[in-house]
Design a protein around this ligand. Structure first.
Ligand SMILES: [Cu+2]
Length: 510
């Protein structure tokens, strides 16, 4: 979506984009192949030391996890670099930074977070790999290592990662609300700066995941305060979303329903997050189902609602076809109900003392009723998502033709046909204000270029080298586990591909 919204033909580095896609696929393949190759990682998604040490976790499961995450990290890093350069350098003529679509702003901030946070997890994973493969002792207590070091490194990455997930969602919702309220985004500059503030402050709060590890009252108080403070820019965003709706000519279509679901559910997740920020209260809530409830109100109530809002919003642009409005509403309400029936009871269970990460409990604990309720909710949630996928494929085959601008929206992607041609725009738009496309539709502005802006359409030739380089990395990773010769062969293929890539001409596709 980014090049379309910026009014340009492609991202800054199309081949790096291909490489990012292929490494994402390769990391996923490596990670998931471990199920069939002797067992997947069993140390949790957080992989706390010493659950991951060779002594307590023999076999290749954790190694697959480490190598898979490293390859996915390459994908995220190249993607972030690409978006960063694209947004800074590849904008339509006249699109100054304060005329950027708000989604592009949130992606820019997300890219910076990825570029700053991923190196930390890369180093942590490398240290862990050395512990397991070479016998170093970074996280081994018996030899003077520090398991708590892993927690610090993991959460210095892990908390910014929360905002890496949620900021793009905030960007999507900030596009959907104005489109369906038929009003400009309320307080656009404040939305930009509160997004940047969230991104910056996201690096100052990581130890709120470690309140019960014995850091001491001063560190706990400091991280409690920074965590409470990050609610301020988030609250500003919520008020501005309400301000966008306020007095608007609201059309309650499916993308807006998911966006409203995002605001209300993310608000609940935010509130329980603030409850955790009080270190003393967190001591009670830590490792209980209350945290599980909070986490899902942020990740499903936030990220997944926003993702579904974005899918239903941009589906007509991507495919040229409309999704069903009637079915979309039913599926939304099923999803909304299933989500709340599943996860809201977990607040009660957690405050009632149910610990997380247990698979059973004794009957006298009295946790059956809410657990059973949550189970019913989980089935409703799964069925709603199944319906969503079925409706997606139905619309793909038989949806009504969408036309270029079915929502009467505000940003440049709706200026071109649905689906867009390979080169995005026959003639690149020229922008003179924040909502230039909207104003052009009202006859208050023009998007057409003066003749000197017209250029021939330049697109690079496709290349095999990004995929070949990824293959080398994937074989090299398997080689690290199974065969030295394969590791060297994979590395050689990756290096060869990088050179081939560097010296291959760009050429002209058309
Ligand atoms: Cu956090």
């Amino acid at each position: 979506m980014l090049p379309l919204m910026l009014g340009v033909r492609d991202v800054a580095f199309p081949r790096l984009n291909a490489f990012g896609y292929f490494t994402f696929l390769a990391g996923g393949i490596l990670l998931n192949s471990s199920w069939f190759l002797g067992g997947a990682s069993n140390a949790g998604w957080f992989a706390y030391a010493n659950l991951t040490s060779r002594q307590f976790n023999p076999g290749f499961g954790v190694d697959f996890w480490i190598l898979g995450l490293q390859i996915l990290g390459i994908s995220s890093t190249t993607g972030a670099l690409n978006f960063f350069v694209t947004i800074l350098n590849m904008r339509a003529p006249g699109m100054t930074m304060m005329r950027l679509p708000i989604f592009a702003w949130m992606m820019l901030i997300t890219s910076v977070l990825i570029l700053l946070a991923f190196p930390v997890i890369t180093i942590a994973l490398l240290l862990l790999l050395l512990d397991r493969m070479v016998g170093t002792t970074f996280f081994e207590v018996a030899s003077g290592g520090m398991p708590i070091l892993w927690q610090h490194l993991f959460w210095v990455f892990g908390h910014p990662e929360v905002y890496i997930i949620i900021l793009p969602g905030m960007g999507v919702v900030s596009e959907v609300l104005p489109a369906f309220s038929r009003k400009p985004l309320f307080g656009y500059p404040i939305m930009v700066f509160s997004g940047a503030a969230i991104g910056f402050m996201g690096f100052t709060v990581w130890s709120h995941h470690m309140f019960t590890t014995g850091l001491g009252p001063i560190a706990n108080a400091a991280f409690a305060l920074t965590t409470m403070a990050i609610a301020v820019p988030t609250g500003i965003k919520i008020f501005n979303w309400i301000g966008t709706l306020w007095g608007g000519s609201i059309r309650l279509r499916v993308p807006l329903l998911y966006a409203l679901g995002f605001i209300s559910m993310f608000l609940i997740g935010g509130f329980s997050g603030i409850m955790h920020s009080a270190a003393a209260a967190d001591t009670q809530q830590h490792d209980s189902y209350f945290v599980v409830a909070h986490f899902h109100y942020v990740m499903i109530g936030g990220a997944l609602f926003a993702l579904l809002s974005g899918i239903t919003y941009w589906f007509p642009k991507i495919t040229g076809r409309m999704m069903s409005d009637a079915w979309g509403r039913r599926i939304f309400w099923l999803f909304f109900a299933g989500f709340n029936i599943t996860f809201f009871p977990m607040h009660f269970l957690g405050l009632d003392g149910m610990p997380r990460r247990i698979y059973t409990y004794s009957a006298e604990m009295g946790w059956q009723f809410w657990n059973f309720t949550a189970t019913i909710g989980a089935f409703i949630l799964a069925i709603s998502l199944l319906f969503f996928i079925i409706d997606l494929f139905r619309a793909l085959r038989a949806g009504a033709p969408a036309g270029a601008d079915p929502w009467d929206a505000r940003t440049l992607e709706w200026h071109t046909t649905s689906p867009p041609p390979v080169h995005n725009f026959d003639q690149l738009p020229v922008v003179s204000s924040l909502d230039a496309f909207w104003e052009a539709k009202q006859g208050a502005a023009t998007l057409s270029a003066p003749p000197e802006h017209e250029e021939r359409i330049h697109l690079p030739q496709p290349s095999y080298f990004p995929a070949l380089c990824t293959l080398g990395i994937l074989l090299g990773a398997y080689g690290l586990l199974y065969s030295g010769a394969l590791a060297i062969g994979g590395l050689a293929l990756a290096v060869f591909s990088i050179y081939g890539w560097a010296f291959e001409g760009v050429g002209e596709a058309k």
